[in-house]
Ligand binder design. Structure first.
Ligand code: SAH
Length: 469
């Protein structure tokens, strides 16, 4: 780092600039944002400089600089845009004891002016030591877009409120409060009602955060649905909005995690296939630890948490620890999968019951009532069945299931990469290995996709048809 960034207190200090053209104007516009006493030396000043002098914003001396003109100055800008003149004036200023900047001459300057994002009193200074002005401009543009316009007034109002905010315990509680104010409630209230609105927002926000602090820890076991964020329940959305901690399974999609409160701690408790990445005991401990610490925890499970989700083990741990918990149901993979093929899980005259099976359990491939499943018309949603396909096929046929029984496998149901493989019991394992599925897949035994022409058109088509009518 060749240049050390500092913010110089300029209120009441002398700043001298030599030059009257464009470069001088640009620097003066910046400098006039400060409370420095500005003196400009220019034999031929631009009209703006004359106006500013008349308005009392700077002192204008209509001649070239001479020795002693920069005495007691904190900073000096050589802005004549003339190499010889800049060298002369900067030598004078240096002799007078000022810190010197020569416009567009990094090598001979003692300090440089950074690119500035101005949300006074919040100021972001960006410097690249002259290496990449383009980069500095890009960063500046990025920050300009990202920081709320009202950040300046918000910061002034917020500063006056700091004492009040001390009612909140130090650390996370207070940080959350300020994040809420600066990036959510504050800008919104300021846009609607200006400074008064922001002030009111602070009062309301403090009350809310104090109430939240008084609230004991809680864990909600929340179903995230099959992957499409639009298939989240409103309750799940709200839980994610207010979560302090989100502990999620591997199958929960990034799009859904995106919806968690920005400040939330996100913990991946992903488990895979037969083996487990995070032992269940560790997950239980993590939940208990955070709820005990007073956090609002969301234990996010794919689909519905009550379907093959090891929910009971987690509830029992939490209940034994005497902690508060609730369950928010979600759309299970079976529902999303039948929706994808336009079928019902039950149908009058075909099947009055439906089974949810797992292809494997802790002991390996899971055993089931094969004889019952092999009966014509039976419908079963088979979870975690990919690797057990050959086993399932064998058991069912052994118990008399018709080889032509329809089986449909839906991979990534409800997601953009959804795939449907329609096959029969006889061809199941061969067709599955051909399909090389890597995403989560659900098998529907006894159901084939409804014939394409009969499938209800999707919403967009329906709307355009309605318009056509
Ligand atoms: N609680 C989840 C199931 C967890 S078990 C639920 O209610 O959906 C994990 C299995 O669910 C996967 O092996 C797969 O069989 C199925 N599954 C989960 N999401 C799926 C999806 N989007 N598409 C197809 N199957 C899915």
């Amino acid at each position: 780092m060749q240049h050390f960034p500092i913010f110089v207190a300029l209120a009441g200090r002398r700043v001298v600039l030599s030059g009257g053209g464009d470069a001088a104007l640009a620097k003066l516009r910046l400098l006039m944002k400060t409370e420095a006493h500005l003196t400009v030396f220019a034999a031929e000043p631009a009209p703006e400089i004359v106006d500013w002098a008349q308005a009392g914003r700077l002192r204008l001396v209509r001649r070239a600089m001479a020795p002693g003109d920069a005495l007691c100055a904190a900073l000096f800008y050589a802005a004549d845009e003339d190499e010889g003149e800049d060298a002369r004036t900067s030598a004078i200023a240096r002799a007078d004891g000022a810190l010197v900047n020569i416009v567009d001459n990094l090598g001979d300057s003692q300090f440089i002016t950074p690119a500035i994002v101005d949300r006074d009193p919040v100021t972001v200074a960006i410097g690249t030591e002259g290496a990449a002005p383009v980069l500095a401009r890009a960063i500046k543009a990025d920050l300009e877009a990202r920081l709320p316009q009202a950040l300046g007034p918000l910061a002034r109002i917020g500063k006056a409120f700091r004492r009040m905010a001390e009612a909140l315990p130090m650390g996370r509680a207070r940080r959350d409060f300020w994040a809420d104010y600066y990036f959510d409630a504050g800008p919104r209230a300021h846009a609607e009602d200006g400074a008064e609105g922001a002030q009111r927002a602070l009062d309301g926000l403090l009350e809310r955060h104090l109430a939240a602090e008084a609230r004991p820890g809680h864990v909600a076991f929340v179903g995230s649905g099959p992957g499409d964020p639009e298939l989240l329940t409103l309750k799940a959305r709200r839980a994610l909005d207010t979560a302090d901690v989100v502990i999620h399974d591997r199958l929960v999609t990034p799009e859904i995690l995106e919806l968690a409160r920005r400040e939330a701690l996100i913990i991946d408790a992903g488990k895979e296939g037969f083996g487990m990445h995070t032992p269940q005991g560790d997950i239980n401990d993590t939940i208990v630890e955070h709820v005990r610490a007073g956090a609002q925890v969301v234990r996010l499970k794919s689909g519905d948490p009550t379907v093959f989700g090891r929910l009971d083990e987690e509830i029992e741990t939490v209940a034994e620890a005497g902690l508060s918990w609730s369950v928010v149901p979600g759309i299970t993979a079976a529902s999303a999968s039948v929706a994808a093929i336009g079928q019902s899980l039950t149908r009058r005259g075909r099947n009055a019951s439906v089974r949810f099976l797992t292809g494997h359990d802790v002991a390996g491939f899971a055993d089931h009532d094969w004889a019952a499943l092999a009966r014509p018309g039976e419908v079963a949603a088979i979870y975690m069945g990919k690797r057990a396909a050959r086993f399932l096929q064998g058991r069912l046929m052994m118990h008399g299931a018709a080889p032509a029984t329809a089986v449909t496998v839906i991979e990534n149901a409800s997601r953009p990469d959804q795939r449907i493989v329609a096959t029969s019991l006889a061809d199941l394992s061969a067709d599955l290995s051909d399909a090389e599925m890597s995403g989560p897949a659900l098998m529907l035994l006894g159901l084939a996709p409804r014939a394409a022409e009969a499938i209800v058109p999707d919403l967009a088509d329906t709307l355009s048809q309605q318009e056509a009518l």
